[in-house]
Design a binder for this molecule. Structure first.
Ligand SMILES: [Zn+2]
Length: 291
């Protein structure tokens, strides 16, 4: 007869650009060390602080369960009184290098930086996390721009409307929720930069929403969030794009967009950049440091 694996609960608090992260580890005896897990949490919070200029909520409770297979699984983010709660699982056989390339915890922390939406608008919550996560990691020096665009070019077509699509607010499929939302963000980023001579981007809009108080603890209308974002860029891009994409399919010619941005994908998947492409400067600014 063998006893069930003993589970050890321990806690630790760290700070992330001025906010508190209270971590609760539920770690079995074979599991990863808390130091390795804490480094992973610090990397994710550094990416989020870099993108937003601050941590999105004053306090985060983070519950890490070490269980299941290799890798990071089942991240979920909830609002709580003074900030947010994230629950996430890490397999006991996960390596440090798995954690170094993890995207999921950064994705979850980005959910803290946008107000809570009604169910019809779940696509914007997921779309922002999908779109911003690799950009934040590039800006924090954790990922290369070539790797980021490689994955974006490969995965973004999953966000295109299929037959019968009724727009982002009324087509709650996986593809439209995650990648359709991300496609909205990419279109918004490019259009804000085109209209502002590349002086502003989606990053300014999302910081503007957060700085207007729009974090996960607030229930906002989507129009309110987009108005705050548009105010920060001096444009109407988010509101206009929402009107274009909310209740009709609005497909995007992604191959043409990659060409304009100067992103070339070889048959083996390798990405090269064409710096003479018409929107090459916009491509560089998307992952470049905040001006
Ligand atoms: Zn998510």
């Amino acid at each position: 007869m063998s006893l069930p694996a003993r589970s050890a609960i321990s806690t630790q608090s760290i700070t992330a650009c001025g906010s508190n992260i209270d971590i609760r580890f539920d770690n079995d005896s074979k599991g990863l060390s808390n130091d390795v897990l804490t480094n992973w949490i610090k990397r994710a919070s550094t990416a989020v602080c870099t993108y937003y200029g601050r941590f999105p909520v004053p306090q985060l409770r983070l519950q890490v369960q070490v269980r299941g297979g290799e890798g990071v699984h089942h991240g979920v983010t909830y609002p709580s009184d003074n900030g947010g709660l994230i629950r996430i699982s890490v397999g006991a056989t996960t390596t440090e290098s798995d954690l170094d390339s993890d995207w999921m915890l950064t994705h979850e922390m980005i959910h803290l930086a946008f107000p809570s939406m009604a169910e019809d608008h779940h696509w914007i919550e997921e779309g922002i996390s999908v779109y911003v996560e690799p950009i934040a990691r590039v800006q924090a020096g954790q990922l290369t721009a070539a790797k980021m665009w490689h994955d974006v070019v490969r995965d973004m077509p999953q966000g295109e409307p299929e037959s019968g699509d009724r727009g982002l607010d009324h087509t709650p499929t996986w593809g439209r929720t995650y990648w359709g939302g991300a496609m909205f963000c990419l279109m918004a980023d490019v259009r804000i930069r085109e209209q502002t001579h590349n002086r502003k981007g989606l990053q300014d809009a999302l910081r503007g929403i957060l700085n207007a108080g729009g974090n996960i603890t607030k229930d906002w209308e989507i129009e309110q969030a987009f108005a705050a974002g548009d105010k920060a860029t001096g444009t109407h891009v988010l509101s206009d794009l929402y009107n274009e994409m909310r209740d009709k399919p609005a497909p995007v010619d992604l191959p043409a967009l990659w060409q304009k941005l100067g992103i070339q994908r070889a048959p083996d998947g390798t990405i090269t950049f064409n710096d003479k492409a018409p929107l090459a400067k916009i491509r560089e600014a998307i992952t470049g440091p905040m001006k």
